[in-house]
Design a protein around this ligand. Sequence first.
Ligand code: 3H9
Length: 703
Amino acid sequence: MHTFVTYQLEHNLALIGLARPPVNALGQPLRAALLDAVERAAADPAVNAIVLHGSSGLFCAGADISEFGSEASFAAPDLPGLLLRLTQLDKPLVAAIGKLALGGGLELALACGYRIGEPGSRLGLPEINLGLLPGAGGTQRLPRLIGAKPALELMLSGAPIGAADALEQGLLNRCAASAATLLPEACAYARELVACQAPAQPAALYPEPDKGLPEDFLTRFREDHEPRWKSRLAPRLVLSAVEAACLLPLEQGLARELALFKQAEASAQSEALRHVFFAEREAGRVPGIDANTPLRSVRNVAVIGAGTMGGGIAMNFANVGIPVTLLEREGEALDRGLAQIRHNYGISVKRGKLSPAQLEQRMALLQGTLDYADLADADLVIEAVFEKLEIKQAVFRTLDNVCKPGAILATNTSSLDVDQIAAVTSRPQDVIGLHFFSPANVMRLLEVVRGKLTAPDVLATTLKMGRTIGKMPVVSGVCFGFIGNRMLEPYAREAHRLVLEGATPTQVDGVLTGLDLSMGVFSMLDLAGIDVNFLVRDANRAAIAHDPSYCRLGDELYALGRYGQKTSRGFYLYEGRNRQDDYEVVALAERLAGELHIPRRPIGNQEIHDRCLFMLINEGIQLLDEGIALRASDIDLVWLNGYGFPGHLGGPLYYAEQLGLDKVLATLNHYRKALGDYGQTWFTPAPLLERLVAAGKQRIERV
Ligand code: 3H9
């Protein structure tokens, strides 16, 4: 039988070790075992103090996320009650924080009177990423320990801090010399506390957490931050809880926190974000590879093309200490590329995110070259040249000649056929697509495109590499545009068409940003470049030629040289970063509608929502049916991490499930009829959607 905790008595100290791999999530079984162990120590007169630690070194990653939304979440002993009990013991408790104390794990440490970390410890309250707030005393005890402002920042950012910061902020009392000495140092600390008769719970350092802050601090804070929160609930609840910490006695504050937590836990937003949490872990499980798949070693990387994309890709590797050879055709372009990278790092230095020394270290990892021969030793080569099949094939022929056997040859194509690129080499098993999103040093999504012949170890290696450089890798099969851009096509097509029918770009974008997407279609196209979008569309012209209205507005803007932000004109007019509507675009839409015999009419927001979003969803379901995406949640991850879909809606396919698949299907069928020939052409429901609805399924899966 599993015991979930270890218990040792050592010279009047009780050592209680959390032992629930992999991360000591505080699910009901661990809570019960911990309470038993603590009561045993409390009742034993031979015990003077308690040291709480993670028996395998890692302290605790918080509440068990899989329990949320079920009865187990607050099954006895519940976490707030358990932690309250810890604060009532009359023996000092020392939390020995190895590696991680996150969420409920940090709250557990806060309920202990004393905390010691090690140099590698990371402490944080990431509940906000799950649409939650700390619900086991964190919102009340942390402000009383470090003050309202830093506590609020920790809770709202959700990002963990390191041991040095935690020590400085007063979150840790001490830091051990190393992870190996953490436990003995924690025991020595406990003995000192006993020797000096320290109280089991030291007095709060900030009994009034907002003391010293301006009187209207919280009101101003809310006003300043609310616009960025859009419709997110959790940050507002965090703020309410901290308000309670400032206004109410601890006991009442804890009760208020609990009520707020339960509200968050029951919210659709939190449920969606929990879906995202598990989707991210699931994405790593790929048929054909597992923990036993051997990995190729990637000690150095080469990137071909020092433009915006190539430069951004190269930065990802330099950021984690991997040397990169950057290849360009001409010295001037190479110099420009390297200067741009230095400029980008310079911005991070200005923002205090990087030290000047770190900038130099990273630049030193980047080696420019004009000679393919310098790529002979690269373990991984990523091509980021112009998006044209013949050009990319030529690059791969050269790579085939110069690269060492076993090197992974990757293309950053956003839409071309990876198999056709692989086919020009003598080693298609080593070829894979690595589709980074612009700006490549910032965007988290990495589509890993598995070709027909891509070897399992190449896939496994690139997936791992993707995580190492901080990306969210999602596997896609080969098709035009892969997962993300293929779904973008019908979504953008519908947006274009709606403007011909009578909507305006602002109206369409407003509906989408109203849903909390980070950008509307037209702002996104203006940013990405109408020319870029045109060229991608043009490469696939045969598939759309039968619809003369297809993205016609975009084609015309391209012909006018209105490429978007870079030319200060696109779907909108730009003055610096300011965006305005342009009556010329509306006039153009009117003219095109006339030529194409498209009747213009007022378009309602619901219609914009349904036509854009349901087209996106329909294409996603079709991709799943074709096996291009492995699972619905992978598709969600692509749109969440690459296209600004809001996490609290869980991704487009999760969103469809919440709306009801029958509703999505009925709406598609409605427009199929209502929009005449156009509807007949484009509004065919994906057969999988029809099968799912016919089978009464609520979840999107392959059936
Ligand atoms: C909370 O605490 C609420 C309280 O305030 C109030 C309560 C009343 N629960 O990510 P990995 C699993 S909210 C359940 O692949 P890594 C994970 O699913 C919680 N399971 O490894 C995976 O399982 P599998 C606040 C969890 O090394 C395995 O562990 N805490 C939990 O890259 C390995 O995870 C958080 O939000 C959990 N809490 O990263 C922390 N954590 O192998 C969330 C992990 O079957 N967790 N698992 O797929 C993390 O950020 C990362 O998992 C962590 C490890 C950094 C810990």
